[in-house]
Design a protein around this ligand. Sequence first.
Ligand SMILES: [Zn+2]
Length: 393
Amino acid sequence: MPRKRHTQHTPLLSACATLAALTLTSCTSWVPAGDYEGWTLYVEDGSTVDNEAYCGAFDAAFIAVEDVFGPFVDKVDVHAISGSVDLQSGNRGTITGEEGVVEVVEGIGATVVPAFHAGGGGGLFSPSGIFVATPATGTAVHELVHARVAELGLSLPLWFEEGVAAIMGDGIEREGRWVVDGFSFWPWVELQEERPTKAELDRLLSLTSRQDHSVRENVIVHFVGWAVIFDCMRETGDLDWQRWLEESRSVEDLTSWAFARMERTLELDTMLTWLDRVEDEDPAVRLAAARGAWKVGDEDVIMLLLDQLEREEDGEVKACLAINALASLGRVDASREVERRLWPTVLRALRRVELPIEEEQVAARELYRSYRRWGGWRTRQSSFDKLDRFWRE
Ligand SMILES: [Zn+2]
């Protein structure tokens, strides 16, 4: 009999959708909160912002993006938004004062919109630049790709730009360095569940950020772009986006070319082979590979994470493996055999793990206790949230 354990073990693990080229309407007036090399941080008049956190995220992100796209010429305007974004369509939105609003996208579910890049239509109520709700490095990388592409005046196809931004924004920050992994479990799972047909792909590939399109289409363009570009990256083994762009422009039948690449990315073997990176000798690579693996909800994936967890010595990687194995239980009715191995391994890791950030260390202990104590589920969600850089993509 299938057991319903979804509500028992799993908090709401929402995914993040970063939107491109949103035309923004906002009545907010922005004031500078910090002036840094290459960028200015703005905040809504009357609000405060954690400057240090934004500096940490953007400093590492600038290095990663400039490495691939060349140095920025102009200063980038980064706006720290406190409220959520209310989307009218895939490329139109308004900043609201409400916090933590989750956008429910048809067929995809709960989605947080943590950031976007606005081209700006000009005028006082249509500001341009980057808008971010939380200072996460991956999000900063993703948005800086859009900002640099806009600065270069490249008119890239929407799917291509989103694909490259998604690849570059997938990774982990370790000791101030952004390490790209490129494999995102979220789009992989969503596309597996609902594969676009060739005809749908044809339309998605032709979408531009100026054309009006739905929120759902915008999210799917991200997914498809990611899947196609991931295959390019896997093939060339680097981030040579110009080469990928040239190839996509030179093929006779773009839809068939993209379809074949997407299909390759969606093969089970592609995912499992890539996940072997949890054994890499560089802990940053191991960390980046494991992050987000919970989303697959697959027993083989759980076993792979546990295999590495049993021999892992790095604190951050341990936490990442444990949390992703644990969160997988919300996606699969695991067999007794898997659970019997998972619980002691994961709980031991959470109880003993040493993490460099004090708040995360406390959250890991809290998470451990939440499974040992009656009523512990009350603190479970907030512990998962505090550890979100280990699982959220
Ligand atoms: Zn984007």
